[in-house]
Design a protein around this ligand. Sequence first.
Ligand code: CA
Length: 224
Amino acid sequence: MATILIVEDEADIRELVRFHLEREGYAVLEAADGPEGLEKAQTQLPQCVILDVMLPGMDGFEVCRRLASGETTAQIPVLLLTARGEEVDRVVGLSLGADDYVVKPFSVRELMLRVKAILRRTERGSRAPTLNRNGIVLDGVAHCVSVDGEMINLTATEFRLLEDLMRHPGAVRTREQLLNTVWGYSFEGYARTVDTHVRRLRQKLGDKADMVETVRGVGYRLHA
Ligand code: CA
């Protein structure tokens, strides 16, 4: 059963989330500040991190950035807890490598659904062993990507996004299709999530960034 790390300085929220996660059968780790959260993620390698943005010691963005740039931690999906109305927080968080976010005050039911969706898409794993397009090689078994022979560090979401595009070269993928296959669900107001992840993926692809083409008003496609 999956292990989930909750990083949150408010003890009552930690307890509430732990209670519901354990009731679903998950093993739960807790951390009350940024450095502790980072350390537990690095040493315990949980299957998912629920990460508050406002934390003592080191904020959630910094924890997220460090996880996304670490070789062993980049693949751990991160679900951010952001303050209400802080659209900036969400965009920044996603651009730093978070996979998803839930706005505080959140409903526990909603949080559980998001965690399950994250774990489902991680467990589903990769369907194609190796995809190779114009110097971009995606190895679905080793779960790594190289560009012109150089390994690049992708988060779990960026990996699935690239995999989806590479599986449909030359075909337009709408934001809704991408949300459904990459995130496991789709609802209004999430288009920007896709855009943020595509922007980040392009940065990591470097010279091959323009392999991911924008189809204005529709979505994205991989250059055939
Ligand atoms: Ca907090």
